[in-house]
Design a protein. Structure first.
Length: 91
């Protein structure tokens, strides 16, 4: 049996964000259990797309290759950040 492929999506991109620290914490815990291949996708590294739902880098392909995903995101005005929505829409 192959390792479970998990896409770990860091959903915020604002300056001074705490998401990277939370992501490191999660990755440390997940690696401690073994049996999973972790692929970290940071929306801050994906760039912007021209128009709503346009493909962002290789986000869709990496999500498609995953068996599961974990989204680590801040809450903005009772919702999730626009760059995360754009990434999801692009997939």
């Amino acid at each position: 049996m192959h390792n479970l492929r998990i896409a770990v999506i860091l959903g915020g991109n604002r300056n001074g964000r705490t998401g990277p620290a939370v992501t490191r914490w999660f990755l440390d815990r997940a690696r401690g259990h073994g049996g999973a291949e972790l692929d970290v996708l940071d929306v801050a590294d994906l760039g912007t797309a021209e128009g709503h739902g346009a493909p962002l880098a290789d986000f869709g392909a990496r999500i498609d290759a995953a068996d599961a995903f974990v989204v680590l995101t801040p809450e903005y005005n009772h919702g999730y950040p626009g760059p995360l929505k754009a990434a999801i829409d692009s997939a």
